[in-house]
Design a protein around this ligand. Structure first.
Ligand SMILES: CCCCCCCC(=O)SCCNC(=O)CCNC(=O)[C@H](O)C(C)(C)COP(=O)(O)OP(=O)(O)OC[C@H]1O[C@@H](n2cnc3c(N)ncnc32)[C@H](O)[C@@H]1OP(=O)(O)O
Length: 194
């Protein structure tokens, strides 16, 4: 055992998440953070193409239309794809706090089958912060933002430095992302505070 705690329940001395003063206004489309991101990028033909909007506090909403390329069983979304949709929505919270963080733990409940062509209405919220750990939760509903919950997740994201990506990412993509003349795109590729 490493001795480190991976629990999804915040410790008693955890604090509230803090919305960055320049976070997008509630209702504003946040947009893709990186065009080659499988979750949100327009450059990935079979990607999820999530459209994420800022919510109140440290919360976001997103919509994901399930396509044929996302099947597991015939006519139904693959569970791993649904977990990806939850993960990507949770990852978008980074842009509201302007903290760079990656998924450490993601625990998912699959409650209802999700058919191809249906729209999953996603919502994610950061609930607590303890040092580098951000505790957050997400749901995906069918039929509308108030519909029945089909999938849900609890997660712990871990704050990292931008070096996490620069040291571990394939150099071709890292160099291309850093070379983009659009500085907002550069910082968003790594969800870094500009
Ligand atoms: C740019 C944004 C894109 C968003 C896309 C959607 C989000 C994603 O999918 S991100 C990609 C998937 N995730 C990854 O690739 C992460 C891979 N893992 C890692 O790189 C490392 O394990 C990392 C950085 C998470 C932690 O490593 P390290 O920095 O050494 O942390 P470490 O010092 O061990 O632990 C720090 C704290 O985090 C906690 N922690 C570490 N790992 C976990 C875990 N898996 N679960 C819960 N807590 C954890 C530790 O308990 C410790 O807490 P405390 O301070 O209370 O003791």
């Amino acid at each position: 055992m490493s001795g480190r705690t991976t629990a999804l329940t915040p410790p008693a001395d955890a604090g509230p998440p803090v919305r960055h003063p320049e976070a997008p206004a509630p209702g504003e489309v946040i947009g893709a953070h990186y065009e080659n991101c499988f979750g949100c990028g327009a450059g990935v033909p079979h990607g999820l193409h999530l459209e994420v909007r800022a919510g109140e506090g440290v919360a976001v909403t997103a919509e994901f239309r399930v396509k044929e390329a996302h099947q597991g069983a015939p006519g139904l979304a693959h569970g791993g794809v649904l977990a990806t949709a939850l993960d990507e929505t949770l990852g978008s919270l980074n842009w509201l706090t302007r903290v760079i963080a990656v998924t450490g733990r993601l625990e998912t409940d699959f409650l209802l089958p999700v058919p191809v062509d249906s729209v999953l209405y996603l919502e994610a919220e950061a609930v607590a912060v303890h040092h580098r750990k951000i505790y957050c939760t997400a749901t995906g509903r069918l039929g509308g933002p108030e519909g029945p919950v089909a999938v849900r997740a609890d997660a712990v994201f871990i704050e990292v430095k931008v070096e996490h990506f620069i040291n571990h990412g394939r150099p071709a993509e890292i160099n291309a992302a850093l070379a983009d003349p659009d500085q907002v795109k550069v910082v968003r590729a790594f969800e870094v505070n500009p």
